[in-house]
Design a protein around this ligand. Structure first.
Ligand SMILES: [Zn+2]
Length: 314
């Protein structure tokens, strides 16, 4: 329920709702929202809005079927896994020529299109350029820079930016009853529902997340690195690395969207952040084989320092 309430509060929802009322829905939308874990759920709210006789009521038969991804006039991709494959696009293309069975519109919902490779994107391009009548393609992406400019120019892009603290609190309070924990989760969740739910459910994560943020914003010298090294829980290094990666990805996405309001973190270039992400991924794989945890921690911290300074000089 809270997912629906949150999405209904967005400008994105208001835009599409207005277009539906005026009978001027676009043939293809690109919903850009940084929260990968909830993207498909969010898209369902938009799909219900488009297909429902009412205003995406969530109670009627059509809405319920869309929720279960079982409505005949609404197909979801990828069918399996997290990546839309060429086979998914082939399936979509063959279905666009079939008239809707009972709805006015035949709806295709594509989640995580940022993972589509160029050949799959090229394949769908023609349909985006000359969409058959009564077809609506709803694409969702966590970021848009992996999409071909030709694809982007054929869709109506609508952003769902991170949610504000106030709407999050008002919406989530019914479901997450520990107000203190909810407040904390919202304050460090960066407006992302998946992050907030995760932090709310795991108090250890919250501590690690703030440590990761401190490393990125406060670590300036090797002396600082030694200080932070002592604070990292060596028995739970996997969590530290995972949180660090999540934090770096969060900063990358905010930076790309021009939403990063933190001058200290803004000093990290995209290049530096991607290099740090690479380093963390390498260490994430190595950590289960390595017996020297302290060395892994030091490699990570000094690696972050090095990238930060290397890219600053450029
Ligand atoms: Zn409905």
């Amino acid at each position: 329920m809270y997912v629906e309430e949150l999405i209904k509060s967005t400008n994105a929802y208001k835009i599409i709702s207005g277009e539906k009322k005026r009978n001027s829905l676009s043939h293809a939308y690109l919903i850009v929202c940084p929260d990968a874990d909830y993207l498909r759920e969010y898209l369902k709210v938009f799909a219900r809005l488009i297909a429902c006789d009412g205003d995406g009521c969530s109670r009627c038969r059509v809405c319920k079927l869309i929720n279960e991804e079982g409505y005949a006039d609404c197909t979801f991709y990828p069918k399996e896994g997290s990546k839309i494959l060429t086979a998914d696009v082939d399936d979509l293309l063959s279905q666009t020529y079939i008239k809707p069975i009972e709805n006015k519109t035949r709806l295709f919902v594509l989640s995580n299109v940022e993972n589509m490779n160029a050949s799959a994107q090229n394949k769908i391009l023609k349909t985006l350029e000359e969409p058959p009548a009564n077809v609506c393609i709803l694409m969702g992406a966590t970021m848009d820079y992996t999409l071909l400019p030709t694809v982007k120019s054929r869709v109506k892009r609508i952003d769902v930016p991170p949610f504000g603290d106030k709407i999050l609190k008002n919406t989530l309070i019914g479901e997450f009853s520990d107000i203190k924990r909810l407040d904390k989760a919202i304050s460090s969740g960066g407006g992302r529902l998946s992050e907030i739910v995760r932090i709310y459910n795991d108090s250890g994560v919250e501590k690690t997340t703030s440590l990761c943020r401190a490393v990125l914003s406060e670590m300036r010298s090797s002396k600082d690195a030694v200080k932070f090294s002592s604070k990292i829980d060596k028995d739970n290094l996997t969590q530290f690395i995972a949180e660090m990666k999540a934090e770096v990805m969060r900063i990358i996405k905010l930076k790309l969207a021009g939403l990063l309001n933190d001058p200290v973190l803004d000093a990290y270039s995209i290049g530096a952040l991607l290099a740090i992400e690479d380093l963390l991924s390498a260490k994430e794989r190595a950590v289960s084989f390595s017996s020297n945890v302290q060395m892994t921690v030091d490699t990570i911290l000094f690696g972050i320092l090095e990238e930060k300074h290397k890219w600053l000089k450029l």
